[in-house]
Design a protein around this ligand. Structure first.
Ligand SMILES: NC(=O)c1ccc[n+]([C@@H]2O[C@H](COP(=O)([O-])OP(=O)(O)OC[C@H]3O[C@@H](n4cnc5c(N)ncnc54)[C@H](O)[C@@H]3O)[C@@H](O)[C@H]2O)c1
Length: 297
């Protein structure tokens, strides 16, 4: 169904690269505001699972009052390759959001490809958790078009979005992103570029420490989360947050931080590495610090 002109995202066409946890979540946020979305991922399994996940998230968000009830959903199409970059109605995207695996080389490659395909001036938005935007900009033909966002998980629920302005990010790119976020009813907070920016630089080592506390036998995961919620006002607790992020993504992000800052607190602890090796990735695999069997990711 195409969006009508009354809906906030009408006329916008978004290409989202990566149909994982964040790509499908960002697609749900956009579709729920009437934005047409092309979701691109070479992994057939992820791509095929994405429409049901997006639909589930849109319905859940509407039930929670987190997405506008009256907005006509934007059209969603899925594509296995960048060759299909034009969106649902066959026209070029008005913005691209990159949400691929947290790997600097993979991101640089896909950003270089996409910047060669879209028109100059099209904002290219990386949803990296921790890789500096200036580092990713080295791969781009037009660094002026690149900007970072850090949508939190799930994007439809968390209204504040960390926005990372790189050294070369253009004023027009920042303004275009502000307008997109306004259409999605998100509130940006703009920060400067650095490994992990603000939120990952603080949150990810803290989660790593929480895992170390459990590994040392000081307390169970439930007790750590209970204390962090009840005493310190953390909404979910660090270990349930780790499960929501995905432990593989968390480990990738910690390595990015460790290699770029030298901070030993960012070296992923052994328990996290073992859990990733065992395939216990958190909510998305059905098991992490908690069990999620039977729950839809
Ligand atoms: N999980 C979170 O809570 C969270 C929060 C904020 C930001 N992020 C960041 O968002 C990005 C995505 O994280 P995620 O949790 O969705 O990871 P994920 O592992 O769930 O999904 C990543 C997807 O990217 C796909 N991919 C890999 N190379 C690709 C390419 N060249 N083109 C298109 N797709 C490609 C993979 O097949 C996979 O489906 C990462 O940079 C991550 O650090 C994650």
């Amino acid at each position: 169904m195409a969006a009508e002109s009354g809906t906030p995202g009408a006329g916008r066409r978004l290409a989202v690269l990566g149909a994982g946890v964040m790509g499908s979540g960002i697609a749900a946020l956009a579709v729920g505001h009437g934005v047409a979305v092309s979701l691109i991922d070479p992994d057939r399994q992820r791509l095929d699972a994405a429409p049901a996940s997006v639909d589930h998230q849109v319905r859940t968000a509407r039930l929670m009052g987190a997405l506008p009830d009256e907005a006509v959903p934007g059209a969603l199409v899925t594509c296995p390759s960048l060759a299909d970059l034009p969106t649902a109605d066959g026209t070029a995207p008005t913005a691209v959001i990159e949400a691929v695996t947290e790997d600097a080389d993979a991101k640089a490659k896909v950003l270089a490809e996409v910047s060669a395909l879209v028109a100059p001036g099209t904002p290219i938005i990386s949803n990296t958790s921790s890789i500096p935007i200036d580092e990713l900009a080295l791969a781009m033909a037009r660094p002026v078009d690149l900007i970072g966002t850090h949508f939190m998980n799930p994007p439809y629920l968390i209204r504040t979005v960390e926005v990372i302005r790189g050294t070369h990010t253009g004023e027009a790119t920042l303004e275009a992103l502000r307008a997109l976020l306004a259409a999605l009813h998100r509130q940006p907070i703009v920060v400067r570029d650095a490994p992990g920016f603000v939120t990952s630089r603080i949150l990810h080592p803290m989660i790593n420490d929480a895992v170390r506390v459990v590994a040392a036998g000081t307390a169970s995961a439930e007790s750590v989360d209970g204390l962090m919620r009840g005493c310190l006002g953390h909404p979910t607790g660090p270990l349930r947050t780790a499960d929501l992020i995905g432990l593989d993504n968390l480990v990738d992000s910690l390595w990015v931080l460790h290699r770029r800052t030298g901070d030993e607190g960012c070296r992923p602890c052994d328990v996290l590495l073992e859990m990733v090796r065992a395939g216990h990735l958190g909510r998305k695999s059905g098991r992490g610090f908690y069990e999620y069997e039977g729950e839809q990711a």
